[in-house]
Design a binder for this molecule. Structure first.
Ligand code: GLN
Length: 494
């Protein structure tokens, strides 16, 4: 019997659709049926667009029947994190405050993916306004880890990671402000990449912390990641921070070869904070790269210990400004029966925002307030520069930096919900790349004793996504690691 459609990678599915072995409609139906079978357990989707997806698949099929070029990802079923604006369905950032919000326009990434021929299956769960590391802050539902339904999928893009890992879409998009693509990718055993800040347009991405936010792909292999980057990267005059640079064909970096590539291991990342099991996986991963001809060097990122604190000052400051617009007047659901504007603002925000979002707004307002601005916000900006300079100095000695993505595998649902600090530390290895603006990928590097995925992070120089993908692909092709179908959904897949 041939391989079920939803087990194929995006590129092999695309090839089969192009060769007319499978129709785009069959592909969409296979995925939609699989969502029906497993999403009751996984809960990755907040909204499934069955009819629009089938209509779109039919349109792709008729384009192909006429011999037209339907795009480089024609017929590939995908999902989008609930903070990417789409005119189809709603864009609610998994917040009560924005529940039911219909965007009047499509995000640039959504436009580009439509133009590439993808079929969007729906919107994916996330922590409210992308604040969190577990999806437990979603106002809709908590997504489950497809490897163990009692564990979190990571976050904030937990729905995007779980959906790809559970084969509920071939590719998805998420956003990464401090690790929200790489950390859930590591927890769910898939590939997730944060491109360089400025590489992908943020137009139509609901902003959390504008100087850190980047959109990026989740996929089941590195080739699909490169293909998606080819589609979503590029200059956009509607985003003033978008880089006006040529976008290379990222698939040309997938040579399988890393001879002479200098791999830097930052000594500050390999301390007692790193769990022994994850450490062992990273050590073996480094050996694989070495056996493929890479040269391993020790590097130092001396300001690493300040990264989490710096991040939580900058991201909360920016969030407090960005979220001011959700006031029930310009945007969002207004609380009923209020007597004055002040009461209306208060009630709208208290009822509409969850506890974590309120905590961030309060923290951010505090660090920006007069008298504290210099001590916190300005200082954090200076430390951010030091962290960026650490990367610049390290990249004089190496071409890519290799680290764990997370200190531990996915934790149990509820385990950290009452302890924000321990939740914040889930991103200890991912945050620096956001502060520095560097591209970084996470890819699977094995399963722990308890059957949970571990993630390998590869960081590159700004705008050198190609170098990151080159090392990632060489590792994927030579490590012999293929996690296969997640255990918790294996029965429904066969
Ligand atoms: N977990 C981090 C936070 O809560 C990162 C979130 C993100 O990257 N969007 O802020």
């Amino acid at each position: 019997m041939s391989e079920p459609i939803h087990l194929k990678s995006a590129h092999s599915l695309r090839d089969a659709i192009r060769a007319k072995e499978i129709s785009a409609r069959e592909a969409a139906e296979a995925y939609l049926d699989h969502i029906d079978a497993v999403d009751g357990d996984v809960r990755a989707y907040t909204d499934v667009w069955r009819e629009p997806a089938l209509a779109r698949a039919d349109a792709i099929d008729s384009q192909l029947a006429k011999g037209e070029d339907a795009g480089p990802l024609a017929g590939v079923p995908i999902g989008l994190k609930d903070l990417i604006c789409t005119t189809e369905g709603t864009t609610a950032c998994c917040s009560e405050l924005l529940k039911g919000f219909r965007s009047p326009y499509d995000a640039t990434v959504a436009e580009k993916l439509y133009a590439a021929g993808t079929v969007v299956l729906g919107k994916l769960n996330m922590d409210e306004f992308a604040m969190g590391s577990s999806t437990e802050n979603s106002s809709v539902v908590t997504t489950r880890n497809p490897w163990n339904l009692d564990c979190v999928p990571g976050g904030s893009s937990g729905g995007s990671a779980a959906a790809v890992s559970a084969h509920e879409c071939a590719i998805s998009l998420g956003s990464d402000t401090g690790g929200s693509i790489r950390q859930p990718a590591a927890c769910c055993g898939c590939v997730g990449m944060k491109p360089t800040y400025g590489r992908v347009s943020r137009y139509g991405l609901v902003a959390f912390a504008s100087s850190l936010d980047q959109i990026g792909p989740f996929s089941r292999d590195v080739e699909d990641c490169a293909l998606t980057l080819n589609t979503i990267c590029g200059h956009d005059r509607r985003d003033s921070t978008s880089a006006n640079l040529e976008v290379p064909d990222f698939t040309t970096s997938l040579t399988g070869d890393v001879k002479g590539v200098r791999v830097g291991l930052p000594k500050e990342y390999f301390t007692d904070a790193l769990g022994v099991e994850i450490r062992a996986k990273i050590d073996s991963a480094v050996k694989v790269l070495e056996s493929c001809g890479a040269e391993v060097v020790e590097v130092s990122l001396p300001h690493t210990e300040y990264a989490v604190a710096t991040y939580y000052i900058i991201c909360t400051a920016e969030a407090s400004a960005n979220l001011a617009r959700f006031d029930g007047v310009r945007y969002g659901n207004r609380a009923p029966d209020t007597q004055s504007p002040e009461e209306m603002y208060k009630k709208t925000k208290s009822a509409g925002f969850g506890a974590e979002v309120q905590r961030r707004i309060l923290l951010g307002t505090y660090v920006l307030s007069s008298g504290y601005y210099d001590a916190y916000y300005l200082k954090a900006q200076k430390v951010r520069t030091l962290i960026k300079q650490d990367f610049d100095a390290a990249f004089e000695k190496c071409d890519v930096i290799v680290t764990p993505t997370t200190p531990t595998p996915a934790f149990r649902i509820g385990e950290k919900s009452d302890d924000p600090l321990s939740m914040y530390l889930s991103d200890i290895y991912t945050i620096s790349a956001n502060l520095g603006g560097n591209p970084a990928i996470s890819l699977p590097c094995g399963l722990t004793e308890s059957g949970l995925p571990a993630g390998l992070q590869i960081i590159g120089r700004p705008f050198e996504e190609g170098a990151v993908l080159q090392s990632a692909y060489a590792f994927e092709q030579n490590s012999g690691i293929d996690l296969g179908v997640p255990t918790a959904i294996a029965e429904s897949v066969s």
